[in-house]
Ligand binder design. Structure first.
Ligand SMILES: NC(=O)C1=CN([C@@H]2O[C@H](COP(=O)(O)OP(=O)(O)OC[C@H]3O[C@@H](n4cnc5c(N)ncnc54)[C@H](OP(=O)(O)O)[C@@H]3O)[C@@H](O)[C@H]2O)C=CC1
Ligand SMILES: O=C(O)CCC(=O)C(=O)O
Ligand SMILES: [Mg+2]
Length: 410
Protein backbone atom coordinates (compact mmCIF):
# COMPACT_ATOMS: atom_id res chain seq x y z
CA UNK A 1 0.00 0.00 0.00
CA UNK A 2 1.38 3.41 -0.91
CA UNK A 3 1.90 5.86 1.92
CA UNK A 4 3.16 9.34 2.78
CA UNK A 5 6.62 10.31 3.94
CA UNK A 6 6.28 11.99 7.32
CA UNK A 7 8.61 13.61 9.85
CA UNK A 8 8.89 12.85 13.57
CA UNK A 9 11.29 14.61 15.95
CA UNK A 10 13.26 15.88 12.97
CA UNK A 11 13.62 12.41 11.40
CA UNK A 12 11.98 11.42 8.12
CA UNK A 13 9.80 8.34 8.30
CA UNK A 14 9.85 6.78 4.85
CA UNK A 15 7.42 3.96 4.06
CA UNK A 16 8.40 1.20 1.61
CA UNK A 17 6.02 2.49 -1.07
CA UNK A 18 6.09 6.29 -0.68
CA UNK A 19 4.07 8.59 -2.93
CA UNK A 20 6.42 11.09 -4.54
CA UNK A 21 4.94 14.03 -6.45
CA UNK A 22 6.82 15.10 -9.55
CA UNK A 23 6.63 17.96 -12.06
CA UNK A 24 7.72 16.95 -15.55
CA UNK A 25 8.94 20.44 -16.47
CA UNK A 26 8.90 22.66 -19.56
CA UNK A 27 11.17 22.55 -22.62
CA UNK A 28 13.50 19.59 -22.31
CA UNK A 29 11.71 18.56 -19.09
CA UNK A 30 9.65 15.70 -20.61
CA UNK A 31 12.69 14.15 -22.41
CA UNK A 32 14.72 14.31 -19.21
CA UNK A 33 11.95 13.03 -16.96
CA UNK A 34 11.29 9.99 -19.20
CA UNK A 35 14.96 9.01 -19.04
CA UNK A 36 15.26 9.75 -15.32
CA UNK A 37 12.24 7.90 -14.01
CA UNK A 38 13.46 4.69 -15.62
CA UNK A 39 16.78 5.10 -13.82
CA UNK A 40 15.05 5.77 -10.47
CA UNK A 41 12.75 2.75 -10.76
CA UNK A 42 15.62 0.49 -11.85
CA UNK A 43 17.83 1.62 -8.96
CA UNK A 44 15.07 0.94 -6.41
CA UNK A 45 14.27 -2.43 -7.94
CA UNK A 46 17.90 -3.52 -8.09
CA UNK A 47 18.52 -2.35 -4.53
CA UNK A 48 15.40 -3.66 -2.81
CA UNK A 49 13.63 -6.10 -5.19
CA UNK A 50 9.87 -5.80 -4.84
CA UNK A 51 9.99 -4.75 -1.19
CA UNK A 52 10.27 -1.06 -2.05
CA UNK A 53 8.82 1.01 -4.88
CA UNK A 54 8.14 4.68 -5.57
CA UNK A 55 4.52 5.57 -6.34
CA UNK A 56 5.06 8.48 -8.71
CA UNK A 57 2.31 11.11 -8.67
CA UNK A 58 2.39 13.69 -11.44
CA UNK A 59 1.48 17.22 -10.38
CA UNK A 60 1.11 20.09 -12.79
CA UNK A 61 3.06 23.33 -13.12
CA UNK A 62 4.29 25.54 -15.94
CA UNK A 63 3.20 25.37 -19.57
CA UNK A 64 1.60 21.90 -19.35
CA UNK A 65 -0.43 23.07 -16.38
CA UNK A 66 -1.45 26.34 -18.03
CA UNK A 67 -2.57 24.51 -21.18
CA UNK A 68 -4.61 22.00 -19.19
CA UNK A 69 -6.01 24.11 -16.35
CA UNK A 70 -5.39 27.79 -17.15
CA UNK A 71 -3.29 27.97 -13.99
CA UNK A 72 0.54 28.08 -13.99
CA UNK A 73 0.89 26.70 -10.47
CA UNK A 74 -2.35 25.13 -9.23
CA UNK A 75 -3.15 24.94 -5.54
CA UNK A 76 -3.42 21.14 -5.90
CA UNK A 77 0.29 21.03 -6.77
CA UNK A 78 1.25 23.06 -3.72
CA UNK A 79 -1.00 20.90 -1.56
CA UNK A 80 0.66 17.73 -2.85
CA UNK A 81 4.17 18.96 -2.02
CA UNK A 82 2.90 20.08 1.39
CA UNK A 83 1.29 16.74 2.09
CA UNK A 84 3.82 14.27 0.69
CA UNK A 85 6.89 16.20 1.97
CA UNK A 86 9.44 15.07 -0.63
CA UNK A 87 9.18 15.66 -4.38
CA UNK A 88 11.18 16.21 -7.55
CA UNK A 89 10.74 18.52 -10.51
CA UNK A 90 11.98 19.34 -13.99
CA UNK A 91 12.85 22.92 -14.98
CA UNK A 92 10.13 25.52 -15.54
CA UNK A 93 10.37 28.45 -17.93
CA UNK A 94 10.47 32.04 -16.66
CA UNK A 95 10.12 34.81 -19.27
CA UNK A 96 12.64 37.65 -19.19
CA UNK A 97 11.30 41.13 -18.42
CA UNK A 98 7.51 40.91 -18.26
CA UNK A 99 5.21 37.93 -17.92
CA UNK A 100 4.84 35.54 -14.99
CA UNK A 101 7.30 35.52 -12.14
CA UNK A 102 9.38 32.40 -11.61
CA UNK A 103 7.34 29.34 -10.64
CA UNK A 104 10.57 27.73 -9.42
CA UNK A 105 11.14 30.58 -6.99
CA UNK A 106 7.44 30.57 -6.02
CA UNK A 107 7.63 26.88 -5.01
CA UNK A 108 10.72 27.57 -2.88
CA UNK A 109 9.08 30.57 -1.22
CA UNK A 110 5.63 29.09 -0.62
CA UNK A 111 7.05 25.90 0.93
CA UNK A 112 9.82 27.90 2.65
CA UNK A 113 12.52 25.62 1.21
CA UNK A 114 15.24 27.84 2.57
CA UNK A 115 18.29 25.86 1.47
CA UNK A 116 19.18 25.35 -2.17
CA UNK A 117 21.74 22.57 -1.84
CA UNK A 118 23.98 22.12 -4.87
CA UNK A 119 26.93 19.73 -4.58
CA UNK A 120 29.57 20.15 -7.29
CA UNK A 121 32.11 17.44 -7.86
CA UNK A 122 33.89 15.92 -10.81
CA UNK A 123 33.10 12.46 -12.21
CA UNK A 124 36.23 10.81 -13.56
CA UNK A 125 36.39 11.03 -17.33
CA UNK A 126 34.04 14.01 -17.74
CA UNK A 127 35.54 16.60 -20.11
CA UNK A 128 36.21 19.93 -18.42
CA UNK A 129 37.54 23.37 -19.45
CA UNK A 130 39.91 23.43 -16.45
CA UNK A 131 43.21 21.55 -16.04
CA UNK A 132 42.43 19.90 -12.70
CA UNK A 133 38.67 19.38 -12.39
CA UNK A 134 39.39 16.73 -9.74
CA UNK A 135 40.33 19.55 -7.34
CA UNK A 136 36.76 20.88 -7.34
CA UNK A 137 34.62 19.29 -4.64
CA UNK A 138 32.33 21.94 -3.20
CA UNK A 139 28.84 21.96 -1.76
CA UNK A 140 26.83 25.13 -2.18
CA UNK A 141 24.29 26.10 0.47
CA UNK A 142 22.44 28.89 -1.29
CA UNK A 143 19.88 30.91 0.68
CA UNK A 144 16.65 30.28 -1.18
CA UNK A 145 13.95 32.59 0.17
CA UNK A 146 15.38 36.13 0.45
CA UNK A 147 17.60 38.63 -1.36
CA UNK A 148 16.89 40.67 -4.49
CA UNK A 149 16.01 37.25 -6.01
CA UNK A 150 12.68 37.28 -4.12
CA UNK A 151 11.40 39.54 -6.89
CA UNK A 152 10.16 42.50 -4.83
CA UNK A 153 10.30 44.99 -7.68
CA UNK A 154 8.54 48.14 -8.76
CA UNK A 155 8.22 48.81 -12.48
CA UNK A 156 9.06 52.34 -13.53
CA UNK A 157 6.00 54.47 -14.21
CA UNK A 158 3.54 52.38 -12.18
CA UNK A 159 1.61 54.04 -9.33
CA UNK A 160 3.43 51.74 -6.86
CA UNK A 161 6.85 52.81 -8.11
CA UNK A 162 5.88 56.50 -8.03
CA UNK A 163 4.59 56.07 -4.46
CA UNK A 164 7.81 54.40 -3.33
CA UNK A 165 9.92 57.15 -4.92
CA UNK A 166 7.77 59.81 -3.23
CA UNK A 167 8.19 58.02 0.09
CA UNK A 168 11.98 57.92 -0.37
CA UNK A 169 12.11 61.54 -1.49
CA UNK A 170 10.17 62.68 1.55
CA UNK A 171 11.70 60.49 4.23
CA UNK A 172 15.18 59.70 2.96
CA UNK A 173 16.21 62.63 0.72
CA UNK A 174 19.93 61.78 0.80
CA UNK A 175 19.17 58.22 -0.25
CA UNK A 176 16.79 59.39 -2.99
CA UNK A 177 19.53 61.62 -4.45
CA UNK A 178 21.59 58.50 -5.06
CA UNK A 179 19.11 57.31 -7.69
CA UNK A 180 20.95 58.49 -10.78
CA UNK A 181 17.94 58.77 -13.13
CA UNK A 182 14.90 58.93 -10.85
CA UNK A 183 12.40 59.67 -13.64
CA UNK A 184 12.96 56.31 -15.31
CA UNK A 185 14.35 54.05 -12.60
CA UNK A 186 12.61 50.82 -11.68
CA UNK A 187 13.27 49.81 -8.08
CA UNK A 188 14.00 46.48 -6.38
CA UNK A 189 14.18 45.58 -2.70
CA UNK A 190 16.82 43.28 -1.25
CA UNK A 191 15.71 41.79 2.08
CA UNK A 192 18.34 39.83 4.01
CA UNK A 193 17.42 38.88 7.57
CA UNK A 194 19.24 37.59 10.61
CA UNK A 195 16.84 34.61 10.89
CA UNK A 196 17.18 33.77 7.20
CA UNK A 197 20.97 33.92 7.38
CA UNK A 198 21.18 32.01 10.64
CA UNK A 199 19.14 28.99 9.51
CA UNK A 200 21.05 28.78 6.21
CA UNK A 201 24.49 29.03 7.80
CA UNK A 202 23.53 26.64 10.59
CA UNK A 203 22.46 24.04 8.00
CA UNK A 204 25.73 24.54 6.08
CA UNK A 205 27.87 24.09 9.20
CA UNK A 206 25.86 21.05 10.31
CA UNK A 207 26.39 19.55 6.86
CA UNK A 208 30.16 20.15 7.22
CA UNK A 209 30.10 18.27 10.55
CA UNK A 210 27.95 15.38 9.30
CA UNK A 211 29.94 14.95 6.10
CA UNK A 212 33.38 15.52 7.61
CA UNK A 213 34.23 18.57 5.53
CA UNK A 214 37.07 20.97 6.43
CA UNK A 215 35.61 24.44 6.02
CA UNK A 216 32.55 26.59 5.44
CA UNK A 217 33.07 29.77 3.41
CA UNK A 218 30.58 32.64 3.69
CA UNK A 219 30.37 34.26 0.24
CA UNK A 220 29.10 37.85 0.08
CA UNK A 221 29.52 41.29 -1.46
CA UNK A 222 29.53 42.92 1.97
CA UNK A 223 32.04 45.64 1.12
CA UNK A 224 29.44 47.29 -1.14
CA UNK A 225 26.07 46.14 0.24
CA UNK A 226 26.95 46.52 3.88
CA UNK A 227 23.62 45.98 5.60
CA UNK A 228 22.46 43.04 3.49
CA UNK A 229 25.50 41.12 2.22
CA UNK A 230 27.80 42.47 4.95
CA UNK A 231 25.22 41.54 7.56
CA UNK A 232 25.05 38.04 6.04
CA UNK A 233 28.77 37.68 6.74
CA UNK A 234 28.52 39.01 10.30
CA UNK A 235 25.43 36.96 11.18
CA UNK A 236 27.11 33.91 9.64
CA UNK A 237 30.14 34.22 11.94
CA UNK A 238 27.79 34.90 14.86
CA UNK A 239 25.89 31.70 14.08
CA UNK A 240 29.15 29.69 14.05
CA UNK A 241 30.05 31.07 17.49
CA UNK A 242 26.62 30.78 19.10
CA UNK A 243 25.53 27.43 17.70
CA UNK A 244 28.86 25.59 17.38
CA UNK A 245 31.16 27.33 19.89
CA UNK A 246 33.54 28.62 17.21
CA UNK A 247 36.36 30.92 18.39
CA UNK A 248 38.24 33.53 16.38
CA UNK A 249 41.52 32.73 14.66
CA UNK A 250 44.29 35.37 14.87
CA UNK A 251 41.91 38.12 15.94
CA UNK A 252 39.14 37.10 13.50
CA UNK A 253 36.93 37.32 11.62
CA UNK A 254 37.82 33.75 10.55
CA UNK A 255 36.96 31.30 13.28
CA UNK A 256 37.02 27.57 13.94
CA UNK A 257 35.69 24.83 16.18
CA UNK A 258 36.36 21.14 16.70
CA UNK A 259 33.88 18.86 14.96
CA UNK A 260 31.85 17.01 17.59
CA UNK A 261 31.90 14.04 15.23
CA UNK A 262 35.60 13.69 14.43
CA UNK A 263 37.41 16.16 16.72
CA UNK A 264 38.93 17.73 13.58
CA UNK A 265 38.97 21.50 13.19
CA UNK A 266 36.33 23.05 10.92
CA UNK A 267 37.21 26.56 9.71
CA UNK A 268 34.61 29.24 9.04
CA UNK A 269 35.92 31.88 6.66
CA UNK A 270 34.57 34.41 4.19
CA UNK A 271 35.30 35.62 0.68
CA UNK A 272 33.93 38.52 -1.34
CA UNK A 273 31.77 37.17 -4.16
CA UNK A 274 33.70 38.51 -7.18
CA UNK A 275 36.96 37.16 -5.77
CA UNK A 276 35.21 33.85 -5.16
CA UNK A 277 34.36 33.55 -8.84
CA UNK A 278 38.06 33.71 -9.68
CA UNK A 279 39.12 31.53 -6.73
CA UNK A 280 36.95 28.65 -7.96
CA UNK A 281 39.20 28.63 -11.04
CA UNK A 282 42.55 29.39 -9.39
CA UNK A 283 42.33 27.68 -5.97
CA UNK A 284 39.44 25.21 -5.97
CA UNK A 285 41.13 22.86 -3.48
CA UNK A 286 40.87 25.51 -0.75
CA UNK A 287 37.07 25.58 -0.76
CA UNK A 288 34.67 23.04 0.58
CA UNK A 289 31.17 24.00 1.81
CA UNK A 290 30.00 27.43 0.59
CA UNK A 291 27.20 29.42 2.24
CA UNK A 292 25.87 32.07 -0.12
CA UNK A 293 23.08 34.55 -0.58
CA UNK A 294 20.45 33.71 -3.16
CA UNK A 295 21.71 35.57 -6.27
CA UNK A 296 25.40 34.92 -5.61
CA UNK A 297 24.61 31.23 -5.18
CA UNK A 298 22.75 31.19 -8.48
CA UNK A 299 25.79 32.60 -10.34
CA UNK A 300 28.32 30.46 -8.50
CA UNK A 301 26.42 27.22 -9.06
CA UNK A 302 26.41 27.56 -12.85
CA UNK A 303 30.07 28.68 -12.89
CA UNK A 304 31.18 25.80 -10.66
CA UNK A 305 29.13 23.32 -12.69
CA UNK A 306 31.05 24.44 -15.79
CA UNK A 307 34.36 23.65 -14.06
CA UNK A 308 33.42 20.00 -13.61
CA UNK A 309 31.95 19.42 -17.06
CA UNK A 310 28.88 21.55 -17.34
CA UNK A 311 25.34 21.98 -16.35
CA UNK A 312 24.33 18.56 -17.72
CA UNK A 313 25.36 16.84 -14.48
CA UNK A 314 24.61 19.55 -11.91
CA UNK A 315 22.02 18.34 -9.37
CA UNK A 316 20.29 20.13 -6.53
CA UNK A 317 17.67 20.09 -3.84
CA UNK A 318 15.52 22.76 -2.22
CA UNK A 319 15.12 21.80 1.43
CA UNK A 320 13.55 22.97 4.67
CA UNK A 321 15.48 21.01 7.31
CA UNK A 322 12.94 21.91 10.00
CA UNK A 323 9.72 20.71 8.34
CA UNK A 324 11.40 18.06 6.15
CA UNK A 325 9.87 19.49 2.95
CA UNK A 326 12.13 19.09 -0.05
CA UNK A 327 11.90 19.41 -3.82
CA UNK A 328 14.87 18.14 -5.79
CA UNK A 329 15.72 19.71 -9.16
CA UNK A 330 18.55 20.26 -11.60
CA UNK A 331 20.65 23.44 -11.59
CA UNK A 332 19.98 23.99 -15.31
CA UNK A 333 16.88 25.37 -16.98
CA UNK A 334 14.57 24.26 -19.78
CA UNK A 335 17.20 24.55 -22.59
CA UNK A 336 14.35 25.32 -25.05
CA UNK A 337 16.34 24.88 -28.27
CA UNK A 338 16.72 21.17 -27.45
CA UNK A 339 13.08 20.58 -26.41
CA UNK A 340 11.57 17.33 -27.74
CA UNK A 341 14.81 16.23 -29.43
CA UNK A 342 15.72 13.48 -26.94
CA UNK A 343 19.21 14.99 -26.97
CA UNK A 344 20.16 16.69 -23.71
CA UNK A 345 21.94 15.17 -20.75
CA UNK A 346 19.45 13.87 -18.16
CA UNK A 347 22.30 13.57 -15.64
CA UNK A 348 21.35 16.59 -13.53
CA UNK A 349 17.84 15.33 -12.80
CA UNK A 350 19.12 11.76 -12.35
CA UNK A 351 21.69 12.97 -9.81
CA UNK A 352 19.00 15.13 -8.17
CA UNK A 353 17.09 11.87 -7.70
CA UNK A 354 20.23 10.35 -6.23
CA UNK A 355 20.27 13.22 -3.71
CA UNK A 356 16.58 12.59 -3.02
CA UNK A 357 17.17 8.90 -2.30
CA UNK A 358 20.03 9.76 0.06
CA UNK A 359 17.78 12.34 1.78
CA UNK A 360 15.17 9.58 2.22
CA UNK A 361 17.78 7.20 3.62
CA UNK A 362 17.59 4.93 0.54
CA UNK A 363 21.38 4.92 0.23
CA UNK A 364 21.63 1.62 -1.64
CA UNK A 365 19.51 3.01 -4.50
CA UNK A 366 21.53 6.25 -4.43
CA UNK A 367 24.81 4.31 -4.58
CA UNK A 368 23.57 2.33 -7.60
CA UNK A 369 22.83 5.58 -9.46
CA UNK A 370 26.36 6.82 -8.81
CA UNK A 371 27.75 3.46 -9.95
CA UNK A 372 25.65 3.64 -13.13
CA UNK A 373 26.69 7.23 -13.94
CA UNK A 374 30.37 6.42 -13.33
CA UNK A 375 30.10 3.34 -15.56
CA UNK A 376 28.36 5.10 -18.43
CA UNK A 377 30.90 7.94 -18.39
CA UNK A 378 33.97 5.72 -18.10
CA UNK A 379 32.69 3.64 -21.07
CA UNK A 380 32.48 6.94 -22.98
CA UNK A 381 28.81 6.40 -23.79
CA UNK A 382 27.51 9.93 -23.30
CA UNK A 383 25.15 12.67 -24.52
CA UNK A 384 26.14 15.46 -26.94
CA UNK A 385 27.48 17.84 -24.29
CA UNK A 386 30.21 15.41 -23.23
CA UNK A 387 30.64 13.70 -26.60
CA UNK A 388 31.62 16.97 -28.33
CA UNK A 389 34.57 17.31 -25.94
CA UNK A 390 35.62 13.65 -25.48
CA UNK A 391 37.92 11.75 -27.83
CA UNK A 392 36.47 8.45 -29.04
CA UNK A 393 33.14 8.80 -27.25
CA UNK A 394 29.90 7.25 -28.48
CA UNK A 395 27.06 9.75 -28.85
CA UNK A 396 23.88 8.71 -27.04
CA UNK A 397 20.43 10.25 -26.95
CA UNK A 398 18.99 11.45 -23.67
CA UNK A 399 16.91 8.26 -23.28
CA UNK A 400 19.87 6.05 -24.27
CA UNK A 401 22.09 7.68 -21.65
CA UNK A 402 19.45 6.79 -19.03
CA UNK A 403 19.52 3.19 -20.30
CA UNK A 404 23.34 3.17 -20.18
CA UNK A 405 23.23 4.26 -16.53
CA UNK A 406 20.84 1.38 -15.75
CA UNK A 407 23.04 -1.09 -17.64
CA UNK A 408 26.06 0.00 -15.61
CA UNK A 409 24.36 -0.54 -12.23
CA UNK A 410 25.10 -4.31 -12.36
N1 LIG B 1 15.12 25.69 -11.66
C1 LIG B 1 14.64 25.90 -12.88
O1 LIG B 1 13.60 25.38 -13.24
C2 LIG B 1 15.41 26.79 -13.79
C3 LIG B 1 14.75 27.36 -14.85
N2 LIG B 1 15.42 28.16 -15.74
C4 LIG B 1 14.67 28.70 -16.85
O2 LIG B 1 15.03 27.97 -18.03
C5 LIG B 1 14.85 28.80 -19.19
C6 LIG B 1 16.09 28.69 -20.10
O3 LIG B 1 17.19 29.27 -19.42
P1 LIG B 1 18.65 29.38 -20.03
O4 LIG B 1 19.25 30.59 -19.50
O5 LIG B 1 18.63 29.13 -21.47
O6 LIG B 1 19.49 28.21 -19.29
P2 LIG B 1 19.48 26.65 -19.48
O7 LIG B 1 20.16 26.09 -18.29
O8 LIG B 1 18.12 26.13 -19.75
O9 LIG B 1 20.35 26.38 -20.79
C7 LIG B 1 21.57 27.03 -21.06
C8 LIG B 1 22.52 26.08 -21.78
O10 LIG B 1 22.97 25.12 -20.83
C9 LIG B 1 23.18 23.88 -21.47
N3 LIG B 1 22.23 22.89 -20.90
C10 LIG B 1 21.10 23.11 -20.19
N4 LIG B 1 20.52 21.97 -19.83
C11 LIG B 1 21.33 20.98 -20.28
C12 LIG B 1 21.27 19.57 -20.23
N5 LIG B 1 20.28 18.93 -19.61
N6 LIG B 1 22.26 18.86 -20.85
C13 LIG B 1 23.28 19.50 -21.47
N7 LIG B 1 23.38 20.82 -21.55
C14 LIG B 1 22.41 21.56 -20.98
C15 LIG B 1 22.92 24.10 -22.96
O11 LIG B 1 24.17 24.52 -23.48
P3 LIG B 1 24.67 24.35 -25.02
O12 LIG B 1 23.85 25.30 -25.79
O13 LIG B 1 26.11 24.71 -24.93
O14 LIG B 1 24.45 22.93 -25.42
C16 LIG B 1 21.92 25.25 -22.91
O15 LIG B 1 21.84 25.96 -24.11
C17 LIG B 1 14.60 30.21 -18.65
O16 LIG B 1 13.22 30.45 -18.77
C18 LIG B 1 15.02 30.15 -17.20
O17 LIG B 1 14.32 31.06 -16.42
C19 LIG B 1 16.78 28.37 -15.61
C20 LIG B 1 17.48 27.81 -14.57
C21 LIG B 1 16.83 27.02 -13.56
O1 LIG C 1 13.44 30.29 -11.86
C1 LIG C 1 14.10 30.44 -12.87
O2 LIG C 1 13.60 30.52 -13.99
C2 LIG C 1 15.61 30.48 -12.78
C3 LIG C 1 16.11 29.94 -11.50
C4 LIG C 1 17.57 29.66 -11.51
O3 LIG C 1 18.32 30.02 -12.38
C5 LIG C 1 18.11 28.91 -10.39
O4 LIG C 1 17.45 28.76 -9.37
O5 LIG C 1 19.27 28.46 -10.51
MG1 LIG D 1 20.37 29.40 -12.03
Amino acid sequence: MSEKITIENGNLIVPDKPVIPFIEGDGTGPDIWNASVRVFDAAVEKAYGSSRKIEWMEVLAGEKSFNQTGDWLPQATLDAFQEYLVGIKGPLTTPVGGGIRSLNVALRQILDLYVCLRPVRWFEGVPSPVKRPDLTDMVIFRENAEDIYAGIEFENGTPECIKLKDLLKENFPAMFKKIRFPETAGLGIKPVSKEGTHRLVKAAIQYAIDNERDSVTLVHKGNIMKFTEGAFRDWGYQCAKEEFGATELDGGPWCSFKSPKTGKEIIIKDVIADAMLQQILTRPAEYDVLATLNLNGDYISDALAACVGGIGIAPGGNINYDTGHAIFEATHGTAPKYAGKDQVNPGSVILSGEMMFRYMGWTEAADLIIKGVNGAISNKTVTYDFERLMDGAKLLKCSEFGDAIVANMD
